[in-house]
Design a binder for this molecule. Structure first.
Ligand SMILES: [Zn+2]
Length: 218
């Protein structure tokens, strides 16, 4: 099963991608994770990415697409993948189409998670992350067992700088300008399913599995 999850920052698509990955045995591919991994392992693309990140610049498409291309060729993606946070722009989506076409595969479904702007801001400002193992928590929706401590590895949790309010406004603006056009891009291809992302994690997941079950048998 090959999926793309679309939606504004904070709609919960990363959490849903984790659950889909666990249920169907497909790999969750997040470009944030790919970038961190490449920088940590000092791969050629990682070194290139870091030079942009160190200057506070956006990592260029060529680097991000290179990372995605390598990962999709990995045996861990044999059963499929969920792309979380990629593509972010129409040009990236076009490049992704080329990468998949070169492997003679296509996307099964693009899921567009819909959540009100007010809820998105609430979700983002409550997010806490583990700097060590990358686990994420939420003050209201998924609190850690002990306040401020990672359940998984015991490290202290932090609020990532891009989850702070001013950064969130900027991220949402960038999303509206660059990423929202992907919705019509995939709609025109007949691959898009809209999903109400407003309920609890479990309720959203239940609806998601219904949509995926329909595309699996199709
Ligand atoms: Zn941790």
């Amino acid at each position: 099963m090959r999926l793309v999850f679309l939606g504004a920052p904070g709609v919960g698509k990363g959490t849903q991608a984790d659950k889909v990955s666990a249920l169907y045995g497909v790999l969750k591919v997040s470009t944030g994770d790919l970038l961190r991994e490449a920088v940590r392992n000092k791969t050629a693309l990682g070194v290139e990415a870091k030079s942009f990140m160190d200057q506070g610049k956006l990592v260029p498409d060529s680097v991000v697409i290179g990372l995605v291309r390598d990962k999709l060729g990995d045996p861990s993606c044999e059963k499929g993948f969920v792309l979380d946070g990629f593509p972010r722009t129409v040009p990236q989506a076009e490049e992704l189409g080329k990468v998949l076409a070169s492997r003679h595969i296509g996307l099964d479904r693009v899921i567009n998670f819909q959540v009100s702007r007010e809820d998105v801001v609430k979700r983002l400002t409550g997010r806490r992350s583990c700097p060590k193992c990358q686990a994420t928590f939420h003050l209201d929706f998924a609190p850690p067992k002990a306040e401020g401590i990672c359940d998984r590895c015991g490290s202290g949790l932090v609020q990532r700088s891009d989850d702070q309010r001013e950064a969130i406004e900027t991220r949402l603006k960038v999303y509206d300008e660059q990423t929202a056009p992907l919705i019509s891009f995939y709609e025109q291809q007949g691959r898009l399913s809209n999903l109400d992302g407003g309920g609890s994690v479990d309720a959203v997941f239940q609806n998601l599995t219904k949509v995926l079950a329909a595309c699996k048998t199709a």
